[in-house]
Design a protein around this ligand. Structure first.
Ligand SMILES: NC(=O)c1ccc[n+]([C@@H]2O[C@H](COP(=O)([O-])OP(=O)(O)OC[C@H]3O[C@@H](n4cnc5c(N)ncnc54)[C@H](O)[C@@H]3O)[C@@H](O)[C@H]2O)c1
Length: 363
């Protein structure tokens, strides 16, 4: 049984608290804002999971216990993630799970976190939970049946009204990081699950890492907000795979979808209240698989993955720090590419900072 401390008693903090309790773990949940702790106990947790769980210990963040935790989960706004992750490593847990997006597009303290994680031996995971879902696992298992890879598309297009319905105490994007791309909000940060899933599938296709990004973003900027509502990316890997990612906060009804197009068939992934695969080999009939799930299940699956990764040191985790940082480099490259109207090249030998990104002078 693990002792878990969760920072941030908001939407994700509640999901992670519930999933941890389903795993039989001890939970300490902390928030800077006393109103968030009260909302958790009286509204969010009972409304989502039936009733409040008295075994969960609530603490104002300033009075939260330190040390003695196996796992520390960071479920706060993205612009606080790096500082809190670095502090969490100092408590010497077995692992830290940082929510997505791992940091802001400015990549502040990214190299420092990497170095500290290596030196301390504390495992860092990033909460891009779609890559550990059953539907993604099934898609990967089908890859050998569709021939060589032609292209890869992933779209997470979802109006963010749903997020604000789940946060009725917010009046809109101006009240939170969501309304500011530099704080990790906007479509590029909020729906970066799509970039991460593209990268994961490219890796599973043997296509390597993203080295070229050409992006077009549409920003909403006024005296209250500054965010991208639409983020279109053309991506190319070091092994030559060319594909596309679309993320937006305007599409309704939402469409969270991916296609692996092979020379002899395709695999379509649809993510929603239930997940689906539709795939076809050559002229054979299309086949469909439906994966029924509840929203809480998404996070229980994620925590089972974490447990497996901690119990077996050879377990390759697709939630690793490197994967989360690779995604942040693409997010940072997207803003740079849009600003200059040029392709951006990523050189991983320059670490996780702006130095890894250069404008393609040939276009
Ligand atoms: N993986 C997923 O599917 C998923 C789902 C929802 C949210 N998220 C991510 O989780 C993060 C938080 O999102 P949310 O919707 O839960 O936000 P939220 O606003 O509902 O909750 C964040 C909470 O963190 C608290 N907080 C801020 N700084 C803190 C600190 N230093 N210590 C303790 N508490 C602090 C705030 O008071 C707030 O209550 C974001 O990065 C978001 O993208 C991921």
């Amino acid at each position: 049984m693990y002792n878990v401390k969760i920072l941030g008693a908001g939407s994700i903090g509640n999901h992670l608290a519930n999933a941890s309790r389903q795993m039989g773990w001890n939970v300490t949940l902390c928030d800077l804002d006393p109103a968030a702790l009260q909302r958790t106990k009286e509204q969010i947790y009972p409304a989502r999971y039936g009733q409040w769980d008295e075994a969960i210990q609530l603490f104002p963040a300033q009075e939260a216990p330190t040390g003695g935790f196996d796992l520390i989960f960071i479920g706060t706004p993205p612009d606080s993630h790096m500082n809190l992750a670095i502090e969490a490593i100092r408590e010497n847990p077995k692992a830290v799970l940082v929510e997505k997006p791992l940091c802001t597009p400015g990549l502040e303290r990214a190299n420092e976190l990497c170095q500290l994680a290596q030196e301390s031996g504390v495992r860092i995971f990033v909460g891009y939970n779609h890559v550990v879902s059953t539907v993604t696992e099934k898609a990967v298992a089908l890859i050998p049946h569709i021939g060589s890879t032609e292209t890869l598309d992933v779209e997470f297009r979802e109006h963010w009204g749903g997020i604000f319905n789940a946060h009725p105490w917010l009046n809109g994007p101006q009240d939170t990081y969501l309304g500011f791309w530099q704080k990790g909000g906007g479509a590029s940060g909020e729906h970066s699950h799509a970039i991460n899933l593209w990268q994961y599938l490219a890796h599973k296709l043997g296509a390597g890492r993203v080295t070229e990004v050409f992006a077009t973003l549409e920003y909403v900027k006024d005296s209250f907000v500054d965010y991208d509502k639409l983020c279109l990316l053309n991506l190319k890997t070091d092994k030559g795979l060319l594909g596309r990612v679309v993320q937006d906060v305007v599409t309704h009804p939402p469409r969270k979808w991916g296609r692996i197009q092979g020379s002899e068939g395709f695999i379509d992934i649809t993510i929603g209240s239930e997940d689906r695969i539709c795939w076809q080999h050559g002229d054979q009939d299309k086949e469909e698989f439906v994966f029924k799930k509840t929203r809480p299940d998404d996070f229980i699956v994620e925590l089972k993955h974490l447990q497996n990764a901690l119990e077996d040191l050879h377990y390759e985790s697709s939630l690793s720090l490197d994967c989360g940082l690779d995604t942040m480099l693409v997010v940072a490259a997207a803003h740079l590419s849009n600003r200059h109207g040029k392709r951006v090249m990523i050189d991983y030998s320059n670490g996780y900072s702006a130095k890894a990104l250069t404008l393609d002078s040939s276009c």
